[in-house]
Write a protein that binds this ligand. Sequence first.
Ligand code: PGA
Ligand code: MG
Length: 231
Amino acid sequence: MQFKAIAIDIDGTITHMDRRLSLRAAEKLRILDVPVVLATGNILCYAKATAKLIGVCCHVIAENGGVVTDGFDKKPYVSDVITECEQAYDILSEEFKMEKLDSRHRRTEIVLNRNFDIERARVILSNTDLDVEIIDTHFAIHIKSKKINKGTGLVRMADMMGLKTSDFVAIGDSVNDKELLELAGYSIAVSNADDFLKDIADHVTGEPYGEGTAEAIEYLVSNGMLKARDQ
Ligand SMILES: O=C(O)COP(=O)(O)O
Ligand SMILES: [Mg+2]
């Protein structure tokens, strides 16, 4: 089966463990002859800069699906879900000293340094009626609305591109990639991924991090599942 596009996570999937971009993964993505959608928990300007620097076009799902755009200079779609996240943050601040990350640029969720007791925070929030969850991607902790995720972002993006979510291959490493991998027509987890993600993926790479993604793209191209440009 040939797929029409790829949606791919950034941290832990096209990077090394320390978040340096894997140049091998970037080069493999750049030579694909299908649209490359970066799908990330990072903020929009970070994701757009990553797309620009890799040399792929402008399809970005940022903030775990809260922010979606199909053009570098277009006004993005921004979900209206920040208020509950702020209320959750205010409640948790009474208990923990927390450090927000990128807060000036983050529009739909709150991201925190991984330096407080998440389990305890989850218990506190479970005693409220807020429709939010706390997720830990191993890179940061997100207080996010349960109404959005990279899967809802993919539905929106597919619609904008005139595609179905099943037309996509998806690659990821972490809990915030679950819905993305579930909705894609074919899903790949890099070998450093959380075990539960490897269990739901159609294919798991032998190599970890960006090396795993480079391996995955070679596999997809050599099996006729994605088209690459002639070299
Ligand atoms: O924002 C994070 O915590 C991780 O980012 P990612 O979705 O690109 O892996
Ligand atoms: Mg990741």
